[in-house]
Design a protein. Structure first.
Length: 316
């Protein structure tokens, strides 16, 4: 009896060794891939290489999914992302034994420095006005219009609101992820007709919601009732902190207001003179949706200002 038990145990042990040896000699497939170049830009060719994938048997198929709706097959494939953003890339492999494996990885696609994200000069007239949606709360449609000024500016947006109501115009923009060293720049030209007797205007380069300041980017506001110009920093909870600026816009003069944002913070300029800087909560490591907001939101002051040449681009 003891001999039979030892024999059975030996057979089981031998079978286990045999099976283990077969598994070692014929391992299951493993999917792997490399990407070149390391930094990926929209509208430029990217190469995906699955040469590092392996199996105990020859791999007979490589299938790629790029999340932008495109698929490809082959050991090495090329792809072009038309838009910046975060994309999931999935590689499926199959070996001669019919065994499958897959792997996924995220790819961040950037825009080259110098790329323009948004530009508005209101040259399309009434269509431009339609592109800047009016917040109907406390607003009159007749107080915002496209006017054709003589001189270099031509068509501009004129907001002329009463003291007892506000006028807010917005347009939506999608900001791409910024790689290390890149900056998001937003500029806007403004000319005011009044800067006294309870007049105001603001420029929001990036507002998260019309209903709250929470999560928005620093913005500029001029208020004669508040005794001057301010750069205001919203917090995460819907409040903000105002920093008075040593600047006052003149009447019937055009000024270029510029905001520069990066993972390190922000800087604010008027006619290329820096008036404020500080930290921000937004890292811009992923694509994000924003509203550019112009006009005023005061029930105690009026707005009489012209807006033109609103531009957003990437620098470094």
């Amino acid at each position: 009896m003891r001999m039979r038990s030892e024999l059975a145990l030996g057979l089981l042990l031998g079978l286990a060794i045999l099976l283990c040896g077969c598994a070692l000699l014929n391992p299951s497939p493993v999917a792997r891939f490399e990407v070149a170049p390391v930094v990926v830009y929209a509208r430029e060719t990217v190469t995906f290489d699955a040469s590092s994938s392996y199996s105990g048997q020859s791999i007979v198929s490589y299938t790629w999914e790029f999340e932008d709706g495109e698929v490809a097959s082959g050991l090495k494939v090329s792809h072009i992302y038309t838009e910046p953003g975060r994309y999931l890339v999935t590689l499926h492999v199959k070996d001669a034994g019919g065994r499958n494996a897959w792997v996924s990885d995220e790819i961040l696609v950037y825009l080259r420095s110098g790329s323009e994200i948004f530009f508005e000069d209101f040259s399309s007239g009434t269509q431009a006005l339609a592109d800047w949606k009016l917040d109907p709360a406390w607003a009159s449609t007749t107080e915002g219009k496209i006017e054709n000024l003589s001189g270099v500016h031509g068509f501009v947006l004129h907001i002329d609101s009463g003291m007892d109501r506000w006028h807010r115009r917005t347009t939506a923009v999608k900001v791409p992820p910024l790689r290390f060293g890149q900056m998001l720049v937003i500029s806007c030209q403004v000319m005011t007709s009044h800067t006294q007797d309870a007049h105001t205007f603001f420029i929001f380069p990036g507002r998260k919601s019309l209903d709250s300041l929470a999560g928005s980017l620093p913005y500029f506001v001029y208020t004669s009732a508040g005794e001057g110009a301010y750069l205001r920093e919203p917090d995460k909870y819907g409040g903000d902190v105002g920093h008075p600026l040593s600047f006052k816009p003149g009447v019937y003069l055009w000024y270029t207001y510029k905001f520069v944002f990066s993972s390190e913070g922000y800087r604010f300029y008027v006619n290329d003179v820096c008036y404020a800087s500080g930290a921000i909560f937004e890292s811009f490591t992923d694509s994000s949706d924003w509203l550019i907001l112009l006009g005023d939101e005061s029930h105690a002051e009026a707005c009489n200002a012209y807006f033109d040449n609103i531009r957003m681009w990437i620098e470094e």
